[in-house]
Design a protein around this ligand. Structure first.
Ligand code: G
Ligand code: G
Ligand code: MN
Ligand code: NA
Length: 251
């Protein structure tokens, strides 16, 4: 009945798995990495979207456990893959606020033997909303491990440029809402993407355009100078063996 109750059992009942969506370099069209995305397959209700259950997990105090499972599983799986691609893992602001989080990251790296430079954590702008005293320290601690940081859903919600100045991001993810339809004549999204790319370049950060679905969108993203693209135009999120097969094909 109650989704929260069922979410409590989902981890031990082995109902989660990860899917992986390619992140492609615009320069050479090679897969540079994958974003790991959580999936919950409920035995009765069927597939439940993370857009539905992540907020419930955050409310119920379950996101720390579930997020750690996702991080460990992503590192363990990707460490065995045939190419040294990067792996991007989403991190809830609640995980990020926990002073023990860097130790969790180090543990995931050491048990999987994944090179820290291959792990990228995706953090949304909302971590700055309830910014605590230790936010700067958290960024410094995570960077000292040698991992990469990516600013997810950029341009939505609480955008402020001040945190771009102080937080050590390696990559900005341009939100889908700016990418979709950007190639249509007269659409203002192209101007926004152009200015984000120019800002990122000035700050020595990479850019990835999310949610590209059409050839026109892809061509525009490339013309505007985004370094990477992620979207259905290349691939939907794939189960692990499909993601491996794509790498084995040399993509
Ligand atoms: O995969 P999909 O587009 O349906 O994801 C919907 C939302 O769920 C996105 O905002 C995505 O960031 C979030 N999400 C997916 N997997 C995870 C995860 O492992 N941890 C967190 N915190 N969010 C996730
Ligand atoms: O918020 P975050 O960037 O973590 O979420 C990524 C979400 O975007 C995933 O749920 C993924 O399935 C979805 N996604 C990725 N590419 C596309 C796309 O080209 N079109 C649409 N509609 N969704 C996409
Ligand atoms: Mn993401
Ligand atoms: Na996003």
């Amino acid at each position: 009945r109650n989704l929260e109750q069922e979410l409590r059992q989902a981890l031990s009942a082995d109902q989660f798995h990860l899917v992986y969506q390619p992140q492609v370099s615009t320069a050479n069209e090679e897969i540079s990495g994958y974003e790991a995305l959580l999936r919950w397959n409920h035995p009765v209700r069927g597939y439940i979207s993370p857009a539905v259950f992540i907020p419930i997990a955050e409310e119920a105090g379950l996101i720390t456990q579930i997020g750690e499972w996702a991080l460990r599983t992503a590192c363990d799986e990707v460490a065995k893959w045939p190419r040294n691609v990067k792996i991007a893992v989403n991190v809830s602001p609640i995980q990020f606020a926990n002073p023990g989080f860097p130790a969790v990251v180090m543990n995931a790296l050491s048990r999987s033997q994944l090179d820290p430079g291959r792990l990228e954590l995706e953090i949304t702008e909302s971590v700055f909303l309830n910014e605590g005293d230790n936010t700067d320290q958290m960024f410094a601690n995570l960077k000292s491990i040698g991992i990469r940081l990516s600013l997810d859903d950029f341009g939505t919600g609480y955008s402020s440029l001040s945190y771009l100045k102080k937080a050590p991001f390696d990559k900005i993810k341009i939100d889908q809402s700016f990418v979709r339809g950007a190639s249509i004549a007269g659409n203002r999204n192209a101007a926004i993407i152009r200015s984000i790319v120019s800002l990122a370049e000035a700050l020595d950060m990479e850019t990835i355009a999310e949610g590209a679905e059409t050839h026109d969108e892809l061509a525009l993203i490339r013309d505007l100078g985004c370094s990477h693209v992620q979207g259905y135009i290349y691939s939907k999120p794939l189960v692990a063996n499909e993601a491996v097969a794509l790498l084995a094909e040399g993509r």
